[in-house]
Design a protein around this ligand. Structure first.
Ligand SMILES: *[C@@H]1O[C@H](CO)[C@@H](O)[C@H](O)[C@H]1NC(C)=O
Ligand SMILES: *[C@@H]1O[C@H](CO)[C@@H](O)[C@H](O)[C@H]1NC(C)=O
Length: 494
C-alpha cells in the first residue's frame, strides 16, 4: 500500500491472493488427512488438499506444464496491524472462501500468520477451492525494521521466519513466500536493502537445506518510483545463491478509466522487458474515480504477460482505508458496492494468454545498481550482503523448532549493532577486522576491491569485509565502519 497507514515502522504486512478465470488445473483437491492426531496440533502442517505445486522457469511460474498466472486478492481481515491469523481459524477462512470464489481468484496473499498454530484445515479447504497461498513470513514483532536493519536482522528473527516456512512448506498450495513487504518505503530507506536481500537469501538456503520443495521466495516492493526498479535489479544481481526467485511490485497506477498506455503499465513493460525472474503485482487496485477493476483484465494481455505473471487485488476486507471489497462484521460478509462483481467479472472474463504468454528463459541476471542519490546501500555496495547471524546453522541442520507465534516477545532489538559482510554467495562471515575500504561485493563496486582477482591468491582482498555498524537511534542508522581485509576470498567474488 501506498498509504502510510499500512505499515507503521514495520516491514512486513500484506495480504494477497490471485484469482483466476480458468480453473487451476485441479488434481484431486481433497484433504488427505494423513496427519496423525498429534500432528494435527502442531504448527508443521502436512495434511492438505492437493494442487499442482508451482515452480519457476525463466520469468514465469508453472503449475505442472502450464504457465501459472496469479489472479489474487490480498487477505488480512482485521488489517495488518491487527495481526491475527486468518488461516489458523477455520471459522474465518471457511466463511470467506465462497467470497474468494466469487472474485474468481486462484490465490490469496496473507500478510501475517501465527507460526505456532496449525493451518491444516484452512489450507486444505483453500486447496479444495483451487486456491493457492502467497505468504509473508513476517509479523509485527518479528520483522526487519527499516530504521534499524542491522539490529533487527538477527537469530531470533530468522528462527521465527524459518518456523513459518516449516509451518507451510508441507502444503502443495503454498505458492510462494514473501521475504519482506515494503521494507523500503521511501527515497531514503534503501540502506535496508542489503538486509532484505540477506533474509531472502537465508530463506532460500533454509528451504534447500531442509529438503523442502523449491518454494519460490521473493520480495514485495512498495510503489516508490525512485527505487522500485533499482530494487528489482538488486534482487536479481550477484551470485546465484543470493538472487531472489521472483520480484513483486505494489502498483496503483491504473485508475479507471485508463488503459495500458495511459496508466504507465506500458512503460513498466519496457523497463522490465529483460528481467530474468518472474514478476507480478503483489498489490494493485487504485481507488481514484469509480473503481471498476478494468486493470484486473489488463494484466492478462499479451503485452503484459510477456513480463508479468498476474497480480493480487488489494484488498478483500474493508479496513477503513477505502480499499476493501467486502465489509466484514462478525459472521456476515457484505459487498462494498459492486466491488466483488466488478473484480470477479474482470478476472472471469479474461483467460490466460495462449502459448505461455511469451515468457522467456533467456534473460540474464542484472548488474547490481551503483550507489547514487536514489540508491544508497552503504556500507554495503555492489552485491555485498550482511553475513548470517551466528547461531543459525543449527536451524539449517535441525530445523527451526517451535515458532514464537504472534504473542512472542519479538526480535527487533535482539541483534547486535555489529555486522559483517558475507563473502559473495555465502551467508557465513569470513572476514576479520583490519583496515581498508568499504565493503564490496562485486566488480561493479568501486573501492579497493580486487575485482580482477579471478585466480585467488592468498592476498586478494575485499570479499568479506566485516564492519562495525553502530546503530544510531534514528534513521538511517549511522555506520561507523571499521573495515577489514580478508584473505583468500577474491576468487569467490564476481
Ligand atoms: C467467477 O467465476 C467463478 C468460478 O466459475 C464463479 O464462482 C463466480 O461467481 C464468478 N464471479 C462473478 C462475479 O461472476
Ligand atoms: C536491461 O535493460 C536495462 C535498461 O535498458 C539495462 O540497463 C540493463 O543492463 C539490461 N540488463 C540486462 C541483463 O540485459
Amino acid at each position: 500500500m501506498k498509504s502510510a497507514a499500512t505499515v507503521a515502522a514495520l516491514a512486513s504486512l500484506a495480504t494477497t491472493s490471485l484469482a483466476q478465470l480458468v480453473p487451476v488445473p485441479k488434481i484431486e483437491a481433497r484433504a488427505t488427512a494423513s496427519a496423525s492426531a498429534s500432528a494435527s496440533d502442531s504448527a508443521t502442517g502436512s495434511s492438505s488438499g492437493s494442487l499442482p505445486t508451482v515452480t519457476t522457469k525463466g520469468n514465469a511460474f508453472f503449475a505442472g506444464s502450464d504457465r501459472f498466472y496469479i489472479r489474487g486478492v490480498d487477505y488480512q481481515p482485521g488489517g495488518s496491524s491487527g495481526a491475527s491469523d486468518p488461516l489458523s481459524d477455520y471459522s474465518t477462512c471457511s466463511r470467506d472462501i465462497p467470497y474468494f470464489q466469487k472474485l474468481g481468484v486462484n490465490t490469496i496473499r496473507v500478510y501475517t500468520v501465527d507460526n505456532s498454530k496449525n493451518h491444516d484445515k484452512c489450507m486444505s479447504a483453500l486447496a479444495d477451492a483451487g486456491i493457492y497461498l502467497a505468504l509473508d513470513v513476517n509479523s509485527p514483532s518479528y520483522s526487519l525494521r527499516r530504521d534499524k536493519p542491522q539490529v533487527s536482522y538477527n537469530k531470533v528473527y530468522l528462527q521465527s521466519v524459518f518456523a513459518t516456512i516449516d509451518a507451510f512448506a508441507g502444503y502443495t498450495n503454498t505458492l510462494l513466500f514473501f521475504s519482506g513487504n515494503e521494507v523500503i518505503n521511501s527515497d531514503s530507506s534503501t540502506t535496508a536493502a542489503p538486509y532484505v536481500k540477506a533474509v531472502d537469501r537465508d530463506m532460500r538456503q533454509y528451504i534447500s537445506e531442509r529438503g523442502y520443495r523449491s518454494i519460490p521466495v521473493g520480495y514485495s516492493a512498495a510503489d516508490v518510483s525512485s527505487n522500485q526498479y533499482a530494487m528489482a535489479r538488486y534482487m536479481d544481481c550477484g551470485e546465484e545463491a543470493d538472487r531472489s526467485d521472483f520480484y513483486a511490485i505494489n502498483n496503483y497506477e491504473w485508475c479507471d478509466p485508463s488503459s495500458y498506455e495511459k496508466s504507465g503499465w506500458s512503460s513498466l513493460v519496457s523497463m522490465y522487458s529483460n528481467y530474468s525472474i518472474p514478476l507480478f503485482m503483489s498489490e494493485f487496485g487504485c481507488i481514484t474515480n469509480t473503481r471498476t477493476w478494468k486493470e484486473a483484465a489488463g494484466l492478462f494481455t499479451d503485452d503484459m504477460a510477456a513480463v508479468f505473471s498476474g497480480g493480487i487485488a488489494y484488498e478483500y476486507s474493508a479496513e477503513g482505508n477505502g480499499y476493501g471489497i467486502y465489509t466484514i462484521s462478525g459472521d456476515s460478509v457484505t459487498a462494498v458496492g459492486k466491488q466483488p462483481e466488478y473484480l470477479g467479472n474482470q478476472f472471469n472474463s479474461t483467460s490466460d494468454p495462449k502459448n505461455g504468454g511469451g515468457y522467456k528463459t533467456t534473460g540474464s541476471k542484472q548488474d547490481c545498481p551503483a550507489q547514487s542519490d536514489d540508491w544508497d546501500t552503504s556500507p554495503f555496495s555492489g552485491s555485498a550482503l550482511p553475513a548470517q547471524p551466528s547461531g543459525i546453522e543449527k536451524y539449517f541442520k535441525d530445523g527451526a523448532g517451535d515458532g514464537p507465534g504472534l504473542g512472542g516477545s519479538g526480535s527487533q532489538e535482539a541483534g547486535s549493532t555489529e555486522v559483517s559482510t558475507a563473502s559473495s554467495g555465502v551467508g557465513s562471515a569470513t572476514a576479520t577486522y583490519g583496515s581498508g575500504a568499504d565493503s564490496t561485493g562485486d566488480s561493479s563496486s568501486s573501492g579497493s576491491s580486487s575485482s580482477s582477482g579471478s585466480s585467488s591468491s592468498g592476498t586478494s582482498s575485499s570479499a568479506a569485509v566485516p564492519m562495525k555498524a553502530v546503530a544510531g537511534g534514528g534513521m538511517p542508522a549511522v555506520f561507523a565502519v571499521a573495515v577489514a581485509v580478508s584473505f583468500g576470498l577474491g576468487a569467490v567474488l564476481l
